[in-house]
Design a protein. Structure first.
Length: 603
């Protein structure tokens, strides 16, 4: 029995467990609600015990203390080299993980691994000069680095050995307790390991992201798990990038009439239709868009749904010519911006979400990898912004700078496509509206007494973010109001905001069964098209088609076909059945939410 006690009495167990616990504590995000993974001490205990036992087994197979012949000496060297490599790699990984947390506010993630892969030798040198500074020793990184130093110093102390003695029964008792403890820890933490294995076995980055949206999902509580996950995510991304690369050059354009000289696409975020003044909400949180409708320039669409309630999934459908129900996958189809560029349009893309950065969640990594890839970005866009902003109004300044440069250099094309991708009402709502513009507070909701005051604050924050979003959208419209331009506003998906049947909840229920209530909150979205006076004068047929289409059923996976139709682009990848303004539009096409639930059959 005493043999089962040996793994726990090794230096490896002591220092690896200490390392893991310190990592879990030192990398807790600085948020009030953040905390260490509750099962970390127990899962780590089982993990380190098993690893120590494996190394003892390897030692038993290879290492002989009194090695005399060359074969045994060789085995001894192999064991020592393997063990040294293991220790060095482990400590470097933990130090690097903590370094990322200290310097970038996030532990190892897929985006960091992607950035490392794209870094040149010169860039690496500049990085080290900029970030590896003396003060790092006094941070959490220095505390983690103490563990290998203590480990090295421990070899100066003679190790404890289990000896045969009259206290052998005590060793056996202790070994029995250790076996029970390991068994209990394995049992309690097995669900997390199972979820991790499931996540690692998924076939696409979208599936990985979707699995992490469920509750509960796997907790990658240690750097080795995070590193393996990051490697897997980059492998999956590489597969889809390869397929997208194969579409480059295949986006044939037969002709283009440039029917709409200037097309502006505004992509919002997490916009609940029920909380939209434009659709009858009691709070005047969209005064500008409501005014444009009264002026007869804005036409709202009444029956529009998003195909997913995840930004990255929706964006992949927005940006390609693929529609739900087509053969293959989204990455097998050309990116529609490439088609626009081949048709002679100048394409500008300004996003306040999808910029590659070290501190990036999986959903942003999943949604933006094909946009931020250097080669694909050049294929899709003539100009794009280079940084993120605290508030969406920052995009307007970047657009103005880009527009001034384009005009001054004489680069204005006959046709122009401008895409604004806003942060909109993305959680957390309270940081989506500047304090100077906040209009509503807890006291503005006297009829919502069934919602606790703290939740009513969240409700007010959401309405304030809609109010601010209306201001930003209006400023975009103002920049084009004198041009021959058409403006389309569509959010990526909806959002739960303490709605009927879910007065306790805000956000999105990714793991819930899609019923009518959930679909109306999270998938049904506002959408409108605005035409400038000059555009209405030059294109009365389009204005008439917009008004006729307003009550029609529509799903936004077909957005690229609407845009190609407005541009007058003739290409094999344009399908008039998917074009909302085309006489051939198929309103009876099933609107499948998450590729499985027909919205029009929900009751």
């Amino acid at each position: 029995m005493a043999i089962f006690l040996r793994p726990i009495m090794t230096r490896m167990f002591l220092f690896m467990y200490l390392l893991g616990i310190m990592s879990s504590i030192l990398t807790i995000p600085p948020y009030k609600t953040a905390h260490m993974y509750e099962w970390a001490p127990y899962e780590l205990f089982a993990d380190v015990y098993i690893i120590s036992a494996i190394w003892l087994l390897i030692k038993g197979l290879l290492y002989r203390k009194e090695a005399k012949d060359w074969k045994r000496k060789t085995c001894n060297w192999i064991y020592r080299i393997l063990l040294t490599v293991f220790y060095i790699a482990t400590y470097i990984l933990y130090i690097a993980d903590t370094f990322c947390f200290v310097k970038f506010g996030s532990t190892l993630n897929p985006s960091m691994l992607l950035l490392i892969g794209e870094t040149t030798g010169n860039e690496a040198g500049e990085f080290l000069q900029s970030y590896v500074t003396p003060d790092i020793i006094l941070s959490e990184v220095g505390l983690i680095a103490l563990v290998p130093l203590l480990h090295a110093a421990s070899f100066m102390v003679k190790g404890f050995k289990i000896q045969d003695s009259s206290f052998k029964w005590a060793y056996n008792l202790a070994a029995g307790l250790v076996i029970v403890a390991v068994g209990v820890c394995v049992y309690l933490t097995f669900p997390n390991k199972k979820m991790y294995a499931h996540t690692m076995s998924l076939d696409t980055i979208g599936q990985v992201e979707h699995s992490l949206a469920y509750r509960p999902h796997t907790e990658m509580y240690q750097p080795p798990m995070r590193l393996a996950f990051s490697i897997r995510c980059n492998q999956l991304v590489a597969q889809q990038l390869d397929r997208l690369m194969n579409t480059i050059g295949k986006a044939e354009v037969d002709s283009c009439s440039v029917k709409s000289p200037e097309i502006v696409l505004i992509i919002g975020e997490s916009h609940n239709k029920r909380h939209s003044q434009l659709y009858g909400y009691e709070k005047a949180n969209m005064p500008n868009q409501t005014r444009l409708e009264k002026e007869g320039r804005l036409t709202k669409f009444d029956d529009v749904v998003a195909p997913w309630n995840l930004t990255s999934f929706v964006f992949k459908l927005f940006m390609t010519t693929y529609c739900v129900g087509d053969k293959g996958e989204w990455c097998d189809y050309p990116l529609f911006c490439e088609i626009f560029r081949k048709a002679g349009y100048h394409v500008s893309f300004l996003t306040n979400q999808f910029q590659t950065k070290a501190k990036q969640e999986v959903y942003d990594f999943s949604g933006g990898f094909f946009i931020n890839n250097e080669e694909l970005s050049k294929v899709q866009f003539d100009t794009r912004n280079g940084r993120l902003h605290v508030f969406d109004e920052g995009l307007l300044k970047e657009y103005d700078a880009i527009a001034d440069t384009t005009r001054s250099n004489g680069l204005e094309a006959k046709g122009q496509l401008h895409i604004f991708h806003l942060m909109g009402m993305h959680v957390t709502y309270r940081i989506r509206c500047p304090n100077r513009m906040k209009k509503w507070g807890v006291g503005e909701y006297p009829n919502d007494t069934d919602i606790p005051p703290k939740r009513r604050k969240v409700l007010a924050d959401y309405d304030n973010s809609v109010w601010y979003n209306d201001s930003v959208v209006n400023q975009i419209v103002e920049r084009f109001k004198n041009d021959d331009a058409i403006v389309i506003y569509v959010p990526d998906h909806g959002e739960e905001v303490f709605g009927p049947g879910a007065r306790h909840f805000f956000g999105r229920m990714h793991d819930a069964v899609i019923n009518k209530r959930l679909a109306d909150e999270e998938f049904r979205i506002p959408m409108w098209i605005y035409t400038t006076p000059l555009y209405a004068k030059n294109h009365p047929d389009v204005v008439e088609a917009i008004k006729k289409a307003a009550p029609k059923k529509y799903m936004t996976d077909a957005l690229s076909h609407l845009l190609m139709g407005l541009a007058g682009i003739h290409t094999p990848y344009y399908n008039p059945r998917y074009d909302l303004l085309s006489p051939e539009y198929d309103e009876k096409r099933p609107r499948l939410l998450k590729n499985k639930t027909d919205y029009d059959t929900l009751k």
